[in-house]
Design a protein around this ligand. Sequence first.
Ligand code: KG4
Ligand code: ZN
Length: 342
Amino acid sequence: MKILGIESSCDDTSISIIDNNKNIIANETISQNQIHKDYNGVVPELAARNHVLYIDKILKRILKKQQLRITDISLIAATVGPGLVGGLLVGLTFAKTLSQVNRIPFIGVNHLEGHALTARLANKVEYPFLLLLVSGGHSNFYFISDINDYKFLGGTLDDALGEAFDKVANILGLDFPGGPQLELLAMKGDYKKVSLPKPLINIKSLDMSFSGLKTAAFNCNNEIDKNNISRCDLAASFQKSVADVLCKKISLAIDISNKEFSIYKNVVVSGGVAANNYLRKKIIENVKLKNKLVFFPPTDLCTDNGAMIAWAGYELYTAGVKSKLNIKAKPRWPLESIGERV
Ligand code: KG4
Ligand code: ZN
């Protein structure tokens, strides 16, 4: 069975073909980073227009490369939301049209569900599992009991972690999206030279907050070069504060889940920020102390991609979950209240 996955919820146009044996046959993404970098963020209208330009080209290219025809595809999955409505409409309309013209079943996927389940595409991760999803738009804990059974446990009260990475990176003069470059800068810095807050670290709830940390980094940036501190030190300190907060909150989330849910052994960390190797290392050390196993998607599947949508679509389809062809794009669509896919 070959599954086509289409992702267009933000600024990446990504199409993938996977099979039911977890092989990624093709996974091609056209990133719009160069287009949006002058605005320090994604411009929705520009993103939508560029999805229109790229989407059919990517599909034609991967089918040709793999010597496949669209009729070799058994299921078409596309992101329905949450995300920027213009981009969602492009991908969703494209997927629905392909489905109807070629009589291929269609399934609508929640973008966060895609991130949540990618670890199962790459590793043998059994349900249930505790999930920390850290991306450009979300920083939340969920308990994933099974496919289509997701509970929200807590998360950021303000900025998403990826957003905070991008804003601090911008303060440090790095191009959007700055998360990966901030990580590189931090490798050369000494976190001990700069003191930044660790917001809500000792609060006994899964609430998180990253906007104050971002402001503190901004204020500290004015001190650079004056007090023998460098941009690398500031980047390292920001990353250290984030790591400490995440580790503390993951420990708490494990304790809460141990009490509230069925026995589970797996913890998954996914979303764009989960590509950060420093955070991965700290989280692995921390989760080990709690006697759980921790899984991350491979770094290239942490950021938005069509393979995660194809995989989630396949899992839903084989579990008998259906979505109607008239399902609407949903700019807001919390993972825990997915409801019927209409
Ligand atoms: O999951 P994603 O591709 O898109 C959303 O669903 O939001 O995440 C993108 C975010 C961006 O904010 C980007 O800066 C961040 O993930 N990111 C990273 C790293 N790689 C991507 N943040 C920190 N370190 C990284 N290595
Ligand atoms: Zn995403």
